[in-house]
Design a protein around this ligand. Structure first.
Ligand code: JFZ
Length: 432
């Protein structure tokens, strides 16, 4: 007889619970909103920004807890922090929601936690609840707010047994895991009760200890009980687990694995989101100048939409609270592009033509948007759509696009010299 491995048993067990989770109507409504939104701002901000070397600095520079406590929070004074400007920037970029780190792997809470004094209000000279300020602005300016919350914690003594990381923090080799999970649940309760209605919780860090009992069922229930409309997602790079409401892909389009993170992630049936950086860093990195161009960012957003996924695009603000001009400029340009072409992205789902190197398609009602991203010839051959085509026009100027239908192909006639280097959008109106 074949022996069942522990992993196989776990998969069997989680599959059984999966059928038990029935999202509430409020939750389904947020999922629908989420799919229509298509574009969000990711913000990695914590005391680690002080070193300008990314959010993993504690781990990578092997900083112990006493050193980190001594050198980071007491120096964090973001006097230029202007949440109204942050949210206005996101809005002008065409983003519909903001996902910000409430706690990253360093364990430092960026809000006024009561269950711990390791937070921005109690340990920094700034002394203000930066998340509360941001929540207030998001509410005012009409963007939804999500919290990124790290399950992995390099600071808490009860994060034990340790996982793959956090081994240089200098903690005693003991601790009580359930106490840590209780602590995390308490922090989540604080976030779900003190910051208004949330879009959801974006978990990360599960992958540090895939074999641990994370008590997910209880935690997810806690979240859904307090805020039924809040979406839960987790960056565990697996097929969604029971109780989750959306699926995310780190630095990759769904189904791809260029970053090496997504070898095990199968695409499920939930709303999808991919996250990406503008340079190559999540947290502020002063020596990372590898900025993607506006063209690359727009094309990524469009490709994500063609895969039926949102793009959550990251900025890592500086320790003084400002956002570097290279990010601001690009976001503004993406917003300008969306101002003209937004109808081919917002509220769309992936279209009938599968994503290919030439581009992608999206659809909304009886319109199909063909996004020609990389094509140089006068004819673009596509599979013949099942529905009759009533018209074909360029989105940019409404001029007709000549096309012919073959028995198995749709041939779009394009003027190679007239193509938009970012995205030539052709709108096909189809029979209902
Ligand atoms: C995680 C974080 O570690 C990172 O700091 C950032 O917040 C990003 C959005 O999410 O990235 C990961 C996730 C998984 C692994 C490594 C980095 N992993 O499986 O090794």
């Amino acid at each position: 007889m074949k022996r069942l491995t522990l992993a196989a048993l776990l998969v069997a067990a989680t599959a059984a619970v999966a059928e038990d989770y029935k999202p509430t109507p409020e939750n389904l409504k947020t999922r629908e909103w989420f799919q229509e939104a298509r574009f969000g701002l990711f913000i990695h901000w914590g005391v680690y920004a002080l070193r300008g070397d990314g959010e993993w600095v504690m781990q990578q520079q092997r900083i112990t807890i006493p050193e980190y406590e001594r050198d980071f929070p007491p120096a964090f004074n973001p006097v230029k922090y202007d949440p109204a400007a942050w949210v206005a920037m996101a809005k002008a970029a065409g983003m519909k929601y903001v996902t910000i780190t409430s706690k990253h792997h360093d364990g430092f809470a960026m809000y006024d936690s009561k269950v711990s004094d390791y937070d921005v209000v109690e340990r920094t000279p700034y002394g203000k609840d930066v998340l509360k300020m941001l929540a207030e602005e998001c509410r005012k300016q009409g963007l939804k707010l999500f919290f990124y919350h790290s399950q992995l914690d390099w600071h808490h003594p009860d994060y034990f047994p340790r996982g793959r990381t956090g081994l240089f923090a200098g903690r005693a080799e003991k601790g009580e895991w359930t106490r840590y999970i209780d602590y995390m649940d308490t922090q989540l309760r604080e976030l779900l009760t003190g910051y208004g209605e949330l879009g959801g919780i974006w978990f990360d860090g599960w992958w540090d200890k895939p074999e641990a009992d994370w008590r997910l069922e209880k935690t997810y229930k806690l979240i859904h009980d307090i805020q039924p409309q809040a979406l839960i997602g987790s960056n565990h790079h697996r097929k969604p687990l029971p109780g989750e409401d959306f699926q995310m892909f780190e630095k990759d389009l769904p189904g791809s694995n260029t970053a090496g993170f997504n070898d095990k992630s199968e695409i499920g049936s939930l709303p999808l989101e991919m996250c990406e950086t503008i340079n190559n860093s999540w947290g502020y990195n002063k020596s990372d100048g590898s900025y993607k161009s506006t063209k690359q960012i727009v094309q990524l957003l469009v490709r994500a939409a063609g895969y039926d996924a949102n793009l959550l695009l990251n900025v890592g603000p500086k320790p003084d609270g400002s956002i570097q001009p290279e990010f601001v400029a690009r976001l503004k340009e993406v917003g300008d592009w969306l101002g003209k072409n937004g109808e081919s992205v917002y509220g769309t789902r992936s279209g009938p033509f599968p994503p290919r190197h030439w581009g992608v398609s999206t659809r909304k009602g009886n319109k199909v948007y063909v996004h020609v991203l990389d094509w140089k010839d006068a004819v673009l051959p596509l599979p013949r759509p099942t529905k009759a085509i009533k018209s074909a026009r360029f989105l940019a100027d409404g001029k007709p696009v000549a096309f012919t239908l073959d028995k198995d192909a749709l041939l779009l006639r394009l003027d190679p010299k007239g193509l938009d280097p970012i995205d030539t959008v052709v709108v096909l109106e189809t029979a209902p």
